[in-house]
Design a protein around this ligand. Sequence first.
Ligand code: AMP
Length: 458
Amino acid sequence: MPFKDECGVFGVTELFEASRQTYLGLYALQHRGQEAAGICSRDGHGLHLHKAQGYVADIFSQPVLDSLPGDAAIGHTRYSTTGGNVASAAHPFLIHGRFGQVALCHNGNLTNTAALRDRLIAEGHTFTSPSDSEVILALINRADAGTVEDAVVEALKLCEGAFSLLILTQDALLAARDPHGFRPLAMGRLGEGFAFSSETCGFDLVGADYLREVEPGEVVIVKGREVQSRFPREKVVAKPCVFEHVYFARPDSNVFSRSVMGTRREMGRLLAQRHPVEADLIVPVPDSGVSAALGYAEASGIPFDFGMIRNHYVGRTFIEPKQSIRSFGVKVKLNPVRDLLNGKRVVLVDDSIVRGTTSRKIVEMVRAAGAKEVHMRISSPPTTHSCFYGIDTPSREQLIASSRDNEAIRAFIEADSLGYLTLEDLQAAVRDGQGGQGFCYACFTGEYAVAPEAKGVC
Ligand code: AMP
């Protein structure tokens, strides 16, 4: 199975203390991946790399950042699921090849990795990890082109699927997005130089000014203070991932030129109009449901409150007592506020239901805290299909909405009622002016703009 990379990328060029700025950028993008992180910097002596498993704050100490000198750097924070959390899969990847040192970090999933990899292995290439990102570097290295910039353009012509890339060479920083622009990548101005970030919240921390999106299909090449733009492939209809707006991105970011907070609130308002219910309290499932719950409360006039509190210090693993506690995994993260919930008719708002198991435990928890009724409202349509472009979704059979209708899902999560946002409302909330053609909605419709890889899909 291929690695799934949700991930965040950040990079700067022509900037004093580039690795420190990149470290800050990654800090702001920590929500996009908590498994591993890395930074590669460049000074007059070459490229310098440090990457490890863990959180950004734990990996980069003062001495580590001192070992990453120079005025350009790229960094990555990685989310892995299938394939596991192995150190060899951390980004950036650095090679010493035909064009000297080249480092690359990647957000997204190629859909033709296996085919490219098999071909490269047959040609004698070797790989140190199962990552599709290493495949891109191998393609750059074997390109016919005479310059590394041309080699990147040539290599990207062969890559299918989703990629937002940052590439650092001995004298340039390149930022690229696949022709459909599945994953985000923004460009900003920072001092005399430039910054690139998966989300604009990365710019805010370092004080960069947002300039524009790296366009779908574009390769931006920054060499010194000069910026060039190339388009290796023919233009296709862009399909930015709507799930960035539904769940993945931070609400304080602008993604695909739209405020995430604004979009989520609008989803909540439309949800309230579509699925009204008589209730006493709107409660978000924190943090993913907060913005939509605010919109729901606004449109319905029902009071909003934090009826559940999230423990923000829970890592990815925790040790469960030997005598197991019912719903321990959810309880360690979320705790109900009994005084608020007791005796109330509660509307719980969340962004999505994937397997349904967490939602079921949350409903049970809210009821156990004294709620008289629990109505679940979801600010996106039923998730019926897996993502092959970089969002971590389980296989189709594990998606509860792939095989059950609304009533069956309601019964499973044991809610008094359940209402999802419609696809049309979602399209209205993201202001999809292209009649539903302006975003990728594959996880809700099964309409994939790029066919998933036949071999090794998960
Ligand atoms: P469940 O009820 O088990 O399907 O879990 C639903 C929860 O999973 C919701 O709170 C969502 O915000 C969250 N969720 C949705 N997509 C993802 C994802 N790709 N990774 C992690 N959590 C997610």
